[in-house]
Design a protein around this ligand. Structure first.
Ligand code: GDP
Length: 365
């Protein structure tokens, strides 16, 4: 399963946020294949559409989809040189599919900041620099090998050499790989290098309790947003301490609490949704009288593969996917009307599943 790693300097609020994640935790019984690892937190993906479908279909059970955050132990300056838990830290980042970088945007005289004062841009740059240095090492090593082959006029080696030189130049200018541009062909080779700064990234601005309702009044948040805009990255504002409290509440209490705070959606819920999108994930639904359920798929997959997410038999014996879009189903009010209106399609094995599809798979056993 794809996972997003929570990364940040010491004392920025990572553990507090990760606590909130595990507190909010998904009902494990629904996700028997989930990783059992203290550094992994499983969260349910909030989705309004699932509530609406439940209203329409009135099933016995409703099951949201879930995914995993991984807590990545502290990075320090010099990680790329193996300082602190440096090497371990980098190898953990290598294993995640996207990065959520927590930055401290709250003042608190009682909580030491590693660099002496709160400065989220410095924090971001410290981490990015360590990742860039680690990538540079990877690129240089590979370059040495490829250069030998390139000297023999090996075509592939020459093409790779060109890419590696471009990567090297960018990285030396402090540019993360995700901000660089490559042709589709080149992109494949870049992917194969598994570089740390090529991973999709978002920033989590951790603000104080007082700033939650109006984060735009926090100058640090503004700076983080400017920085993020330069690399087309998203910024999610949270107050980790409050998220910890919210995570313990039941749905109704939670809504009342959020209203008191003057916000419509918890920071954690926003973070979950943003991370899900960042990983390239989307949701389709199954909606029967027994159970209405959300399923996660990677954008771009075809109907049989999507069926295989429910059960391998569904993929092997796939015949058709009876499909209606969420919007069309809600407009119609029920399946029968949706069918009468011709909104229910019989899709075959080449159909590319769309976010929000409500699907009934037909298959041979
Ligand atoms: P980590 O080292 O990044 O894991 O940071 P922690 O989660 O341990 O947080 C460091 C300190 O900052 C702890 O004392 C937290 O209670 C405090 N802290 C974390 N988030 C917030 C927040 O949103 N507001 C305030 N005031 N303090 C926070």
């Amino acid at each position: 399963a794809l996972t997003a790693g929570i990364v940040g300097l010491p004392n920025v609020g990572k553990s507090t946020l990760f606590n909130a994640i595990t507190q909010a935790g998904a009902e494990a019984a629904n996700y028997p294949f989930a990783t059992i690892d203290p550094n992994v937190g499983i969260v349910e993906v909030p989705d309004e559409r699932l509530n609406k479908l439940t209203e329409l279909v009135k099933p016995k059970k409703t099951i949201p989809t879930a995914f995993e955050f991984t807590d990545i132990a502290g990075i320090v300056k010099g990680a790329s040189k193996g300082e602190g838990l440096g090497n371990q830290f980098l190898s953990h980042i290598r294993q995640v599919d996207a990065i959520c970088q927590v930055v401290r945007c709250f003042e608190d005289g009682n909580i030491t900041h590693v660099s002496g004062k709160v400065n989220p841009i410095d924090d971001i740059e410290i981490i990015n620099l360590e990742l860039i240095l680690a990538d540079l090492e990877t690129v240089n090593k590979r370059l040495q090998r490829v250069e030998k082959m390139a000297r023999q006029k090996d075509k592939e080696a020459l093409a790779e050499q060109e890419i590696l030189n471009k990567l090297k130049e960018g990285l030396e200018n402090d540019e993360p790989v995700r901000a660089m541009e490559f042709s589709e062909e080149q992109e494949k080779i870049v992917k194969g290098l598994h570089l740390l700064t090529s991973k999709p990234t978002l920033y989590v601005a951790n603000v104080s309790e007082d700033d939650v309702a109006d984060p735009s009044s926090n100058a640090y948040v503004q700076k983080v947003k400017e920085h993020a805009a330069n690399e087309n990255a998203e910024v999610i504002v949270v107050c980790a301490r409050i998220e910890e409290e919210i995570a313990e509440l039941e749905t109704e209490e939670k809504e009342a609490f959020l209203e008191d705070l003057g916000i419509s959606e918890s920071g954690l819920d926003q973070l979950i949704k943003a991370s899900y999108n960042l990983l390239g994930l989307a949701t389709y639904f199954t909606a029967g009288e027994q159970e209405v359920r959300a399923w996660t798929f990677r954008q771009g997959i075809k109907a049989p593969q999507a069926a295989g997410i429910i059960h391998t038999d569904f993929e092997r014996g796939f015949i058709r996917a009876e499909t209606v879009s969420y919007d069309n189903l809600v407009d119609a009010g029920n399946m029968v009307t949706a069918k009468e209106r011709g909104k229910v399609r019989l899709e075959g094995k080449d159909y590319i599943v769309q976010d929000g599809d409500v699907i009934h798979f037909r298959f041979n056993v």
